[in-house]
Design a protein around this ligand. Structure first.
Ligand code: NAG
Ligand code: NAG
Ligand code: NAG
Ligand code: NAG
Length: 962
């Protein structure tokens, strides 16, 4: 996790790459309204390159917190400045623990407001839309902690749209703090960008911290923080210039999570009660309690699927967890597949000796070669150990018993019927201990673990496969490792309170907080009697009186206070608890809980798993869109189908002579960046940016490549070698192939004025493919920038940079970033190399890795020009000659040889050519499959469209001009 200097090290390449992929959680962009989707019509569709006509005017986030209850409003305004109607989309992310409460779009003074409806009813509308072939879902899982809300609407020319999304959540105290995560990903700098948070905590704020994953040193001072006793005001509003990645480039550095962490004072042991508008809320988290000893049995799945990294991570986490046990704790270890083994038959006290023996045992856990798990037997064995030790009085009387089960699968051996396992475990535990189910990866039956844990005073957690899995395990263990109280009872006067949320808790852990809310029968209550009891190291018993404070009198001018906050907090908490109850218990209890949760969700306009928000679009023939709340199972489903990922990213920093490695914070929330220090050479400057967050949520490349951004000019060659000339001003593209003998070197770009030369050499298949046609590909590029004396050779194995007598070699297998005075390079492992040559050209070379044992194909490269506007008008070469555009006309469309690929006549450069409508693949966004781009194909090695003949472009060496 640390770089060579002991500091987290990140490379800017990810940043660039991310933005280049144009993925963002707030994307407001113009997407041409799609035309026909099949047949020739599709092929004839012009690619709309009408970029920049949608102006995102503002994006603001306003998060108001009062007593841990947070309401966040995200607002964005965009204008369609183009001369045709365009689809404008709004895409934001919200924490999965939050409920959307409102969404509206204002278009031409008309406001369209989302309606919260019963999910089943909304689904009927939805199903109609689905059967009509339109997908209408607005919410998708995004990483581990967030969900993405996106909507798009057709906006007339010169019209404005304002989107407003509001969500609410109760912040949960974890490991001693509350955390607000605001994810912002505008794709481009925005005129007015603002994040504001006003926090009001009647108990007083003990500390508060705000940072963002994307903040550089320059931007850090822009985070304004004003804290007085009970209030904090935090704002961040960089100007459009400050948002830019660099003065003239289009990207924005605003891309990631803005995170606020704080805690409150806790003076009274009894906690704090707030009464407002007929509701009360009680926060209970006494400080200075002595922790209780715990007796914990770890139950570890060693079945075949845990092999490799998973087991290593569990072993790593277990070593740390064992180290952290307190002397008075007792522990046991069980490992299982279809059979169950325990380290020792009873629990052992956490003495140094026992711990080191246990560590040795854990290190030796061997993965079974079978893929079968007897979860039932393993958990029952753990229960039995605890029960036996309790009965034999081997465990301290005042202590807490818990089982931590770690598995990545489903019960497949022994008892495999889930309801029976749950029943067996419930009966064996008999309410006397807590069971925590940790589900590793996304094959686990999470619902099963969730119910089984909840039924036994515990909870389930997902552990995502990734480099940080060991940390996730430890993090979870930290949350439950210090029990303070058992059987906590919070009591209020019966005659004064109704509709109370849960007021009995099996345990209170250090760093957490218990929250109870309810409705008051008497609005003007003066003396509100509160009693709290719990069993602890010393038994806890406190009684106190509270009275209502009229906040509106105390803070008359205060816009922090949303008047009905206690009621909404109460409703939020009640619904969350009802949703949990709807999963456990008897059938009629479940049904009642579900019905009540539904009623309240509708009454308070919360989008919960039982309700949906229906958004009706202005155009009558558009089907309504539906926003849902995803359940953990649905999220898991999406992960399995590849929609969301929890992959790891491994970055390898390489520091090279003569170059300065500039590190920019990157935003891969929910990922831990594993950095492997390679070579660090002395005498170089490392610029490190603070506030790098090692954990957060993120998406992997497949997700990143979903949305194809609007079409920038693009000239490239890829595949066998197909040349593609996109003409943004014409919304069209031309393409041609050039074939020749393997080994031939072609000139692609040559600009004598700026001193740029790009040549490429082709290679053929390993042997003749079955169809008898040898494909050729580019496998080597030579790039020269004479003016500044830089030369690059890029082949399918490595990249060599020559400058000032020095030679630097980079491997495709190691991601790296290189920033020098004349050349910047960003290498994404085995995928792409982005090169910016000073004052001239920016391009990217894609590496196509072919299966090593492929009978005839080999690895090859694609060359894409990203920015050529600085090249002179004398730029030439197979690609370079098109950088200034080309004039042509197409007429006489007629059926061609292949159905769906019509022929036409093209008038260009004073000649008539027979051309064919077809398509070629652009691999920039999807290096595996590519994306089809419709184009006019010019036959015979591009004869007629290129100046002269293809053979005129053959050169004698990789860095030669002739
Ligand atoms: C939802 O937003 C609209 C438009 O801003 C507003 O008029 C309406 O009162 C809001 N509804 C709720 C339940 O907050
Ligand atoms: C469920 O609701 C019905 C009707 O409100 C009630 O009669 C019944 O007792 C409830 N059942 C439980 C288990 O709460
Ligand atoms: C183009 O195709 C037409 C038939 O479709 C043919 O008559 C004509 O000679 C072709 N022209 C050229 C320049 O190949
Ligand atoms: C062009 O095409 C022909 C036939 O497809 C091929 O034999 C020839 O070598 C190609 N290359 C050049 C540079 O003309």
């Amino acid at each position: 996790m640390s770089g060579p200097l002991g500091v987290p090290v990140l490379l800017s390449w990810v940043c660039l790459w991310l933005s280049w992929q144009a993925q963002g959680a707030l994307i407001i962009s113009g997407i041409p309204k799609s035309l026909e989707t099949n047949g020739a019509a599709r092929l004839l569709q012009k690619r709309n390159a009408d970029v920049g006509t949608v102006e995102v005017h503002s994006f603001t986030v306003d998060c108001a917190v009062r007593s841990r209850f947070a309401r966040t409003i995200m607002t964005s305004t965009a204008i369609n400045k183009g001369n045709a109607a365009r689809e404008i989309s709004f895409e934001v992310e919200l924490p999965k623990t939050a409920f959307i409460i409102n969404f509206s779009m204002e278009i031409e003074e008309q406001v369209y407001v989302g309606q919260v409806k019963e999910k089943e009813k909304a689904k009927q509308q939805y199903d109609k839309a689905v059967s009509a072939g339109k997908t209408a879902g607005l919410v998708k899982a995004s990483g581990r902690k967030m969900e993405k809300f996106s909507v798009s609407v057709n906006i007339a020319s010169n019209s404005k749209v304002t989107f407003v999304l509001t969500y609410e959540e109760l912040l949960q105290r974890t490991l001693g703090q509350y955390e607000i995560v605001i994810r912002v990903k505008p794709k481009e700098p925005v005129q007015e960008f603002k994040i504001v948070s006003n926090i009001f905590e009647p108990q007083g704020i003990s500390y508060i911290d705000a940072h963002a994953t994307f903040l550089t040193n320059d931007l850090l001072p822009l985070v304004e923080k004003t804290v007085t006793d009970k209030k904090a005001h935090i704002s961040f509003s960089p100007t459009i210039e400050q948002q830019r990645k660099c003065p003239d480039c289009p990207g924005t550095i605003i891309d990631g999570d803005f995170i606020i962490k704080y805690d409150v004072n806790r003076e009274k042991n009894l906690g704090d009660i707030q009464i407002a508008n007929g509701y009360f809320v009680h926060f209970f988290a006494p400080k200075d309690l002595t922790r209780l000893p715990k007796n914990v049995v770890f139950v570890i799945d060693r079945s075949g699927s845990m092999s490799g990294t998973k087991m290593q991570q569990i072993q790593e986490a277990m070593i740390k967890i064992l180290e952290d046990l307190h002397r008075e704790d007792h522990f046991g270890i069980i490992q299982f597949d279809s059979s169950v083994d325990s380290w020792r038959n009873s629990l052992s006290r956490a003495t140094e000796e026992n711990i080191s023996e246990a560590m040795a045992y854990v290190k030796k856990i061997v993965i079974a070669d079978r893929e079968s798990t007897d979860i039932n037997a393993a958990v029952l064995k753990a229960v039995d150990m605890l029960v036996t030790d309790r009965e034999a009085k081997r465990l301290p009387e005042k202590s807490i018993d818990m089982i931590i089960l770690l598995t990545d699968g489903n019960p497949t051996s022994g008892e495999t019927r889930i309801p029976l396992i749950q029943e067996n475990v419930r009966n064996a535990i008999g309410g006397n201990m807590s069971l925590y189910g940790l589900g590793f990866g996304n094959d686990v039956d999470y619902a099963f673990l969730d119910v089984m844990s909840r039924e036994n005073k515990g909870l389930a957690r997902r552990i995502y496969t990734g480099a940080d899995a060991a940390l996730q395990l430890q993090g979870f263990y930290d949350e439950v490792s210090s029990p303070l109280l058992l059987d906590v009872d919070l009591r209020y006067p019966d005659n004064a309170v109704e509709s109370l949320t849960t007021n009995h808790f099996s345990q209170l852990f250090k760093g957490s907080e218990i929250t109870v809310a309810g409705r008051l029968t008497d609005n003007d209550i003066d003396n509100f009697l509160v009693e709290v009891y719990g069993q602890g190291f010393e038994d806890f018993s406190e009684i106190g009186q509270f009275s209502a404070v009229d906040w509106s009198v105390m803070y008359p001018e205060d816009d922090y206070i949303f008047g009905d906050f206690t009621e909404r907090l109460w409703a939020y908490l009640t619904i969350q608890q009802l949703l949990e109850k709807s999963k456990t218990g008897a059938a009629d209890e479940k049904a009642n809980a579900t019905a009540k949760a539904l009623d309240m969700s509708l009454q308070y306009s919360f989008v919960t798993p039982l309700t949906s928000m229906v958004v009706t679009k202005p155009e009558a023939d558009d089907s309504p869109m539906i926003a849902d709340k995803l359940t953990e199972e649905q999220r898991q489903q999406a992960e399995r189908s590849g929609g969301v990922s929890d992959d790891i990213l491994t970055l390898t920093p390489i520091v090279l002579p003569d170059y300065i490695l500039t590190l920019t914070p990157i935003v891969l929330p929910d990922y831990v960046l594993t950095l492997t220090p390679n070579i660090v050479l002395p005498d170089y400057v490392l610029t490190l940016t603070p506030n790098i967050v090692l954990q957060g949520q993120g998406e992997r490349s497949e997700v990143l490549s979903h949305s194809r951004p609007s079409t920038p000019p693009n000239y490239f060659v890829d595949g066998d070698p197909h040349f593609m000339i996109e003409l943004p001003d014409k919304n069209d593209a031309l393409c041609f192939n050039i074939n020749d003998k393997p080994g031939t070197i072609f000139n692609l770009v040559r600009d004598p004025v700026s001193g740029i030369l790009v040549n490429g050499q082709i290679i053929g298949d390993k042997k003749i493919p079955p169809d008898g046609v040898i494909n050729t590909y580019f496998y080597r590029f030579g790039i020269t920038h004479w003016t500044v004396g830089v030369r690059l050779e890029v082949n399918t194995e490595f990249i060599t940079v020559y400058q000032g007598g020095e030679r630097i070699k980079l491997l495709w297998s190691a991601p790296s970033s290189l920033k020098g005075p004349n050349v910047d390079m960003v290498l994404t492992k085995d995928r792409s190399l982005m090169v910016t040559l000073k004052d001239s050209v920016k391009f990217v070379i894609l590496l196509h890795k072919v299966w090593e044992k492929h009978p005839y194909h080999r690895d090859y490269l694609g060359f894409y020009t990203l920015d050529s506007h600085l090249l002179s008008p004398s730029a030439h070469g197979l690609l370079g000659q098109f950088y200034h555009g080309i004039e042509y006309e197409v007429s006489d469309l007629r059926p061609g040889e292949v159905p769906g690929k019509p022929d036409a006549t093209m008038f260009v450069k004073g000649q008539q050519l027979n051309v064919t409508r077809g398509w070629q693949r652009d691999f920039r966004n999807d290096v595996k499959n590519g994306e089809n781009v419709p184009c006019w194909f010019i036959h015979n090695n591009g004869t007629g469209i290129i100046d002269g003949n293809a053979s005129d472009y053959i050169v004698s060496g990789l860095f030669k001009t002739t």
